[in-house]
Design a protein around this ligand. Structure first.
Ligand code: ES4
Ligand code: ZN
Length: 325
């Protein structure tokens, strides 16, 4: 009963890397179509490699997999497959990250990437009624100089974007490394989000708030380690995009029973449930709701509140809101 309810419950996805929705079957199909040889000789062998000890283990595989995306149609097919999939289980609004540098560094043009993803999002809105916000993210393991160059390449497409993000290997790459580029992003009137406190320390959440002036925290699990930070998050009324099955898969939590969502919610933080990289972490948005509800024994009212939070914390514009009502 509860699972059926959570599947049908209208939800917004606020933390989703489109490259992380590349299912092994589509990876093999695109590899074949683009004459690329994969390291694995079957879908099963690839799936068996999805056994991560930490964030970096996953990222290595994730960047490798993304190499099958070459043409505009590949980005279109990836995005459309994701929209069709989540449309079936109550996801009616999506905020999607993509990593431009993962592709431009392989010689794929920004135009190919953006047009492919954007065209699928527009078709998805028209055909499936799923609204969207698109969010390019800088890779934090690369230099700020590289992010600045990427920012220049993004500029012709700014009307397509609702925010700019920061992701990839967190440890050793604090938000302040990207102070200047995010200052430019803010000057251009775009919102800012950053992954912080997933594997990295609570200090990086302070840094993302104070230096980058983020509008929302991606992950934020480790904020509980610092009560002053908790108070500051509360005061700034910042929402958090938590990703339960991602945290389990990357061993950020040992068990979903230990997931910090409940405590954060009890402390009044505007928390949301999200799927991060569902093709790699074993569940799309509805499954994240279901698994967490079961592990934490959350009530139906709490689950409704979490779904409501997802719309309240979204970057949906007034025009979107009117379309939703
Ligand atoms: C990511 Cl789980 C996670 N963390 C940081 N960066 C990412 N990029 C894609 N998934
Ligand atoms: Zn993420």
């Amino acid at each position: 009963m509860m699972n059926y309810f959570l599947t049908k419950l209208p939800k917004a996805e606020l933390h989703l890397h489109i490259e992380g929705t590349l299912e092994p079957e589509l990876m093999f199909l695109l590899a074949q179509r683009n004459h690329i040889t994969l390291k694995y000789d079957s879908v099963e062998a690839l799936r068996e490699a999805y056994n991560f000890q930490n964030l970096q283990d996953f990222l290595d595989l994730y960047y490798e997999g993304a190499a099958v995306l070459i043409h505009e149609k590949d980005f279109y097919d990836l995005t459309m497959a994701y929209l069709k999939r989540v449309h079936q289980d109550g996801t009616i609004h999506v905020e999607i990250f993509f990593d431009p540098q993962t592709h431009t560094h392989r010689g794929v043009s920004m135009e190919t990437i953006v047009r492919g993803i954007h065209r699928a999002l527009e078709d998805g809105k028209r055909w499936l009624g799923v609204t969207y916000v698109l969010i390019p993210s800088f890779l934090r393991h690369l230099s700020e100089e590289d992010a600045l160059k990427t920012w220049e390449e993004l500029k012709p497409f700014l009307p397509f974007f609702g925010a700019i993000g920061l992701d990839s290997s967190e440890k050793g790459n604090p938000p302040s490394k990207f102070k200047n580029v995010f200052q430019e992003v803010r000057n251009a009137g775009l919102r800012v989000v950053a992954h912080a406190g997933e594997e990295g320390p609570a200090e990086y959440i302070w840094d993302a708030m104070n230096t980058l002036k983020i509008d929302r925290i991606d992950h934020g699990n480790r904020s509980l380690e610092d009560l002053e930070l908790m108070a500051a998050i509360h005061k700034a009324d910042l929402a958090m995009t938590l990703c339960p099955l991602s945290n389990l898969s990357l061993k950020v939590v040992a068990d979903l029973v230990d997931h910090p969502l409940q405590e954060l919610m009890d402390r009044g933080v505007r928390v949301t449930i999200n799927s991060d990289d569902p093709a790699y972490f074993g569940g799309y948005l509805a499954q994240n709701y279901i698994s967490l509800q079961q592990s934490l024994q959350l009530t139906k009212e709490q689950m409704i509140q979490l779904a409501r939070n997802s719309f309240d914390a979204s970057f949906i514009t007034e025009t979107h809101r009117i379309e939703l009502h």
